[in-house]
Design a protein around this ligand. Structure first.
Ligand code: 5GP
Ligand code: MG
Length: 190
C-alpha cells in the first residue's frame, strides 16, 4: 500500500503540553470575567464553550479536562471543506445551537484558522444571541496574512500554509483519529 503520512508536524507530547497551557489561559480569563467558576462554587457560572463540529472534538475533549470550571458545551456543525476539498468553499452552519447563550461568556473552539471565513461567520451568528462576551480559541493557525488578520484570543500553534490532518482534522472524513498533526503524501490525496 502507498505511504499516506508524509511528515509529523506536531507530536502528541507537544500537543498535550500546549493544550494544557491554553486551558490555563482560558481558565484565568474566565475567572477574571465571572469570578469564582469552580465546579463546586456556590453559584453556577455563565460560561459556554461552542466547539465547531467535527474537527474540534479531539481538541475539545483534551482541553476541557484541564478546565475544572462550571460550564456548558454547545456544539454546532459547520461545513467548509466538503469531501476532498483542500481549500474552503464557503461556510454553512449545519445545526442549531442547543443552548441559550444570553448573558454567557462564550468561547468558540475550532481546530484550525485558515481563511478565517468559518470563525467570522460563526462569531457573527453568535453575536446575535446576546452573549456577555465572545472569545475564540483555535488549535492551529496558518501563517498567512488572511489568518493573521482575524482576531483570535488563543492559538495553539502557528503552522505553515499546507494541508494538515490528524488530532481531529480530516481529509475526506478520514485521519481524524491520528494522535499527531501530520501532512499527507500526494498519493493519499489523489
Ligand atoms: P477557514 O474558514 O478559516 O478557511 O477554515 C477553517 C476550517 O477549514 C477549519 O475548521 C477546518 O475544518 C478547515 N481547514 C482549514 N485548513 C485545513 C487544513 O489544513 N486541514 C484540514 N483538515 N482542514 C482545514
Ligand atoms: Mg472545521
Amino acid at each position: 500500500m502507498a505511504k499516506r503520512i508524509d511528515r509529523v508536524l506536531i507530536n502528541r507530547r507537544t500537543i498535550a503540553d500546549r493544550v494544557e497551557e491554553i486551558a490555563h489561559e482560558i481558565a484565568d480569563d474566565i475567572r477574571r470575567e465571572v469570578g469564582d467558576a469552580r465546579v463546586d462554587a456556590a453559584e453556577p457560572a455563565d460560561v459556554t464553550l461552542v466547539p465547531l463540529l467535527t474537527g474540534s472534538v479531539i481538541f475539545l475533549a483534551d482541553l476541557i479536562r484541564h478546565l475544572p470550571l462550571m460550564m456548558r458545551i454547545g456544539m454546532i456543525g459547520v461545513s467548509s471543506y466538503p469531501g476532498k476539498a483542500t481549500r474552503s468553499r464557503g461556510v454553512s452552519i449545519t445545526s442549531a445551537l442547543p443552548v441559550d447563550l444570553t448573558g454567557h461568556h462564550v468561547t468558540i473552539i475550532d481546530d484550525i484558522l485558515d481563511s478565517g471565513r468559518t470563525i467570522t461567520a460563526v462569531r457573527a451568528e453568535l453575536e446575535k444571541l446576546n452573549p456577555a462576551s465572545i472569545k475564540v480559541c483555535v488549535l492551529l493557525r496558518k501563517k498567512t496574512p488572511q489568518a493573521r488578520a482575524i482576531p483570535v484570543d488563543y492559538v495553539g500553534f502557528d503552522i505553515d500554509d499546507e494541508f494538515v490532518v490528524g488530532y481531529g482534522l480530516d481529509y475526506d472524513g478520514y485521519y481524524r483519529n491520528l494522535p499527531e498533526v501530520v501532512t499527507l503524501t500526494e498519493e493519499a490525496m489523489a
